[in-house]
Design a protein. Structure first.
Length: 90
């Protein structure tokens, strides 16, 4: 299973998002620190979930990083996050 699929499964299970977009940006970081042949190292996640209501931006990002800890241990190098509650614009 590709990393993007694993990320999607993890976030869907834990956060039941109303919207979730996962973009592999690894090709934009070729030659940079953490980049590997074959990619799957740098991602952007845009997510809307009711689980983010009354949570700060930092708390939301910590939730996502915690959920993806195993992916970071297995080669995920960087993750750009836009996490919003349903009442917020993405």
């Amino acid at each position: 299973m590709k990393r993007s699929e694993r990320i999607r499964c993890i976030l869907n299970r834990a956060l039941t998002p109303l919207a979730l977009e996962i973009i592999d940006e690894s090709s934009l970081h070729a030659g940079h620190s953490g980049a590997r042949a074959g990619g799957e190292t740098h991602y952007r996640v845009e997510i809307i979930s009711a689980k983010f209501v009354d949570k700060s931006r930092v708390a939301r990002e910590r939730m996502i990083h915690s959920l993806l800890a195993d992916e970071f241990s297995d080669g995920l190098h960087a993750l750009s996050i836009k996490a919003r509650a349903p009442s917020e614009q993405l």
